[in-house]
Design a protein around this ligand. Sequence first.
Ligand SMILES: [Zn+2]
Length: 430
Amino acid sequence: MTKILGESVATAEQMAAYLLSINPAPKISMEAKDFCQLYLDVAAKEGVRGDVLFAQSCKETGNFSFMGTVKANQNNFAGLGTTDKETPGATFPNEKTGILAQAQHAKAYATTEPLSCPCVDSRYGLLVKYGKAGTAQHWEELGGKWAVPGYDTKRYGSLDAADIAQDSYGYQIIRILKKILEFRKEEKAMRINVHAGHNADGRPACGAIGFLRESTEARRMKDAVIGMLRQLGHTVYDCTVDDAAGVSGNLSQIVGKCNAHEVDLDVSIHFNSGAGDASGNGNTTGTEAYVYSASSKAKAYAEKVCAAIAGLGFRNRGVKYSTGLYVLRNTKSPAVLVECCFVDDRDDAQLYDCQKMAKAIVYGITGQRVQEAGQPDAGQETVAPGEETAVGGKKQLYRVQVGAYAVKGNADATMAKLKAAGFDAIIVNA
Ligand SMILES: [Zn+2]
């Protein structure tokens, strides 16, 4: 079964490709890809899987054709408050609010944990009042709950019968998700410069020191980020300088390395200081990113990196502009300087996890999720290194490889095709 809460697997590109293949003219106010990205971003705020939420909306709205009771101008993408054909149900002021209400309604079924955003789902309180909150952790359990009766009464005698046939409301949503994942995402490899700020620790002109040591953590971070970006198939240059003579020497050498490569983006990794929260007041001071100006091509990346780090629980101080920072002023490609979090805030230091933050930075830059090493998906099989014969000796095995993918959704899609064709396929972390 598929959990309601969690990270999306499908990308906005895959979701849009699916929608447009069925309905080339969906009644939405923006490009399909931007609309799908809105689903991913808004749902993530409540910790809900935006790709499945979108699949649910495809089902509820007739792939955004709105031929049923609910009309497009209601921005109600999952029949909230629509109890029969004569009741059009809730109306939301814009698409974003409608999606948020849908995400909050899904979250209410999945957990009794409070909402992250102010409540815009007018029926949220009813779910809580009638003890429905936290009664369905999986999409497949929503039949008879979100949708009543939640199955085709002409085909099945009961909800149980439809569940057994895997054809009730939630199963139908997951079928749509599987079709979305069969669309291949265009994988455009990026070229990226990454460096850690300042000289290395122990040298003159090293970074800030608090609970964390900036120079050391920035180097761990750039190593993790570079490793993940390369794992996803991107070309990355490490432009870190460890031992220059002083601050200006360090900066000019970094820029020299950066400008030696033609790249899409320069990424400068720093940690902030000045919070002065030694005892820990329970709140992080948080993350921020600098770009040269509001018209910098790096601005969109900066916003996504901040949002992704904020998703880990850090306060989002947002994107700032500075024409005074040497690296931003002198690099020839779009550049972003990330201040991951504060070294001198006990709360920041406690929440900080290098791997998780690196993963967030990589997601912000590429929109791609990296599987952390040694942590395969729950329930996913890992490969046995060699099959044992009955007498204990190793048989020679020959594997057949079909493809290697930077995006897990594409691997899933290929595996689904193989299984449909009768092969017993598994996914291996390469
Ligand atoms: Zn710094």
